[in-house]
Write a protein that binds this ligand. Structure first.
Ligand code: SF4
Length: 366
């Protein structure tokens, strides 16, 4: 089982972000952390005894904003609720300029094995467009601090196809990222999510999308990162040997996951549950009944199959052929004849030609 914890606090809100997040305002952070611990204990009590996490991911939001005291309390609650000795990967999402060397050492002492840094770009004007609060220099310094603190695995999140970002800007960002020698790089194509300021700008014509532009940025990332020794193991993810994200791989392969915190989603077997996306209501509900489940859905086998195809096709491992119904297998054979995917004895996966087209190909096969 994968364990996810959602920490919804951010210093400021980026105009492209659709995750549930907010500035801390007057939220009692100690009570929030207490509620997370209580939810962990109660939700674990409803799972089979052997359900302990094989990986843990603290996302958000900005988990690195939590004070060392609150992080210690949170990890103490996790140890209380679960046996986490089998959690071989513990990831904490962090933003540059939200921690110093002392705090990075504290992450390590808590058992964090991997820090995922939300850097997005090393170009000042692009960071400004994204509403990020750090400078390129602070981003580079953060990577160095994590190294100095002995964090075993460091990921850098980058983004491309940002308004005003040229191909030369993207190339410079990739070169800077590579020079910092991270263990993993996630390179995401910006998406315009509903209910964000960027989406409004897209709708009113201030911003526009361009598929050719997206493809040029994607191919440049693939070329530079694979030349630097990274394995391009998922559409947006690149890892040095031994640094592939175990948590994300589990998610892409359809493992069970338990999500704690406001807005967090869990899928255990065919039951999907979503927590209330409101921090104050979350604390209140957990304190009253021990969970903050807001929606429950029973997934059909067809829904599960479609999700596994859409997620699995993004990975170099691909998907088991038996996920495809006969008509989809026929379509897959046509796509294979166009060199967009390869069909093996038991699995199929996209070729280099097909990988940038993962979404339309997945739509063909589901
Ligand atoms: S820091 Fe991350 S989670 Fe917070 S608003 Fe920006 S992108 Fe969203």
């Amino acid at each position: 089982m994968l364990l996810y914890l959602h920490i919804p606090f951010c210093h400021r809100i980026c105009p492209y972000c659709s995750f549930y997040k907010h500035t801390p305002g007057s939220t009692p952070i100690g009570k929030f952390v207490g509620a997370l611990g209580e939810e962990a204990l109660q939700r674990k009590g409803n799972l089979p005894l052997s359900s302990n996490p094989t990986s843990i991911y603290l996302g958000g939001g900005t988990p690195s904003m939590l004070s060392s005291k609150h992080l210690s309390a949170l990890f103490a609650s996790l140890h209380n609720a679960f046996d986490i000795t089998e959690a071989t990967e513990i990831t904490l999402e962090a933003n540059p300029a939200t921690f110093d060397l002392k705090k990075a050492r504290h992450f390590k002492s808590l058992g964090v094995t991997r820090v995922s840094l939300g850097i997005q770009s090393f170009t000042s004007h692009v960071l400004e467009t994204l509403g990020r609060e750090h400078s390129p220099e602070q981003a580079s310094d953060s990577v160095k601090l994590l190294r100095e603190a002995g964090i075993p695995s460091i990921n850098i999140d980058l983004m491309f196809s940002i308004p005003g970002q040229s191909l030369a800007d993207w190339e410079a960002t990739l070169h800077t990222a590579i020079s910092l020698k991270p263990d993993h790089i996630s390179a995401y194509n910006l998406t315009y999510e509903e209910d964000t300021a960027f989406f409004d700008s897209l709708k009113n014509g201030t911003y526009s999308e361009n598929e050719d532009h997206d493809a040029d940025h994607y191919h440049l990332a693939e070329k530079l990162l694979t030349s630097a020794g990274f394995d391009h193991y998922e559409t947006s993810n690149y890892a040095q040997p031994g640094h592939h994200s175990r948590h994300n791989q589990g998610y892409w392969q359809g493992s069970d996951y338990l999500g704690l915190g406001p807005s967090a989603v869990s899928t255990i077997g065919n039951i999907r549950q979503k927590n209330i996306p409101d921090t104050a209501a979350y604390i209140k509900q957990v304190n009253a009944i021990g969970n903050a489940i807001h929606e429950t859905e029973e997934l059909t086998s067809a829904q599960r199959r479609i999700e596994l195809i859409a997620l699995g096709l993004r990975t170099t491992k691909g998907i088991p052929i038996d996920l495809l119904v006969p008509e989809s297998l026929e379509r897959a054979r046509v796509l294979a004849s166009e060199n967009l995917l390869r069909i093996g004895d038991t699995r199929l996966h996209l070729t280099a030609l097909g990988r940038p087209l993962v979404d339309p190909i997945a739509a063909e096969l589901i």
